[in-house]
Design a protein. Structure first.
Length: 306
């Protein structure tokens, strides 16, 4: 009788895959990855956009709470001639710190302004990052930014609505503003309060704590007009066109995109309105819509795009 052992020849086909079968499996895996990876990326982008919208909503509600307590919205940027207690040069975001659960940071800011009226010298808050004030869609968020002059600063993705441009003061938040709800005659639900725009390419504009901007206006630092102008008073934007600049797509590495609202989301940007609502506006809304929404008392009749 013939015995079979482990080294014996087996009947039938040997185990394993043929080259053709292996190539088919690889093709199937590649196809699945081609479908899955964009879906995952889209889901992550949607989550970041939602987180950004939620942060903007919290800031808008904080502004409403500030207004309820003081009968006016915070100044877009405090006058540099204001007393130390008024936080000269401080942005609307520093005024809102107590209303976004950042009271210790606000108290530190008060101490720093009492010690020095210059917010750009030895103020701790200038370098601090407030996660709520940054959109997670910006890969630079979560850490202080180095400017082209070697200064370390905390940035913001959310700029107050100055109105048409830095000279008009026809929005809600501008230099030394003390806007009351009764002055927003175009309607709280039809008037912009805050809009997205990442910090500039060189990180010199877009500081949450304080800023100067064109002719001490705060724009394009923590404030921005809907059709902003560049009067070439800020040297690192001298090569940019004079404007006006319209709402549209932008890029982190393009310095001139500092003069208009844009975001790192696909197709548009988030905006908070004076009633506390947040809406995503498409770049395709038309050139007349955002300027109309930016003015508080111009009497335009405009439907907010859904």
């Amino acid at each position: 009788m013939k015995l079979w052992h482990a080294g014996s020849k087996r009947w039938g086909r040997a185990g394993g895959f043929s080259l053709v079968e292996l190539l088919v499996v690889i093709a199937i895996i590649g196809l699945l990855l081609a479908v899955t990876i964009p879906a995952v990326q889209n889901a992550r982008a949607a989550a970041r956009r939602l987180a950004c919208s939620n942060s903007l909503r919290q800031i808008a509600l904080a502004a409403q709470t500030y207004q309820s307590a003081r009968q006016v919205y915070p100044p877009g940027v405090s006058l540099f001639s204001a007393p130390a207690a008024g936080l000269p040069g401080g942005s609307y975001l520093v005024h809102l710190l107590p209303y976004v659960e950042q009271t210790p940071m606000f108290e530190q800011a008060q101490r720093d302004w009492a010690a020095s009226r210059n917010p750009f010298s030895m103020h701790i808050g200038l370098q601090r990052v407030v996660p709520l004030y940054q959109c997670p869609s910006d890969p630079r968020s979560g850490a202080p930014l180095w400017t082209h002059e070697g200064r370390l600063v905390g940035g913001t993705s959310y700029l107050g609505n100055a109105g048409t441009n830095y000279m008009t003061n026809d929005g809600v938040l501008f230099l030394g503003s003390k806007t009351r709800p009764s002055q927003i005659r175009d309607g709280l639900s039809n008037t912009l309060l805050i809009g997205e725009r990442p910090p500039s390419a060189d990180a010199w504009y877009g500081w949450w704590y304080a800023g100067v901007g064109q002719q001490l206006s705060g724009s394009p630092d923590m404030l921005l007009g809907a059709v902003e102008l560049n009067q070439h008073t800020i040297y690192d934007s001298a090569a940019c066109e004079e404007g006006p600049y319209a709402f549209g797509p932008g890029q982190i590495d393009q310095q001139c995109h500092v003069f208009h609202h844009w975001s790192l989301h696909s197709g548009g940007a988030n905006f908070a309105f004076c009633d506390g609502s947040v809406r995503f506006l498409s770049y395709d809304i038309g050139p007349e819509i955002l300027p109309a929404l930016a003015t508080a008392n111009a009497g335009e009749v405009v439907a907010v795009p859904e």
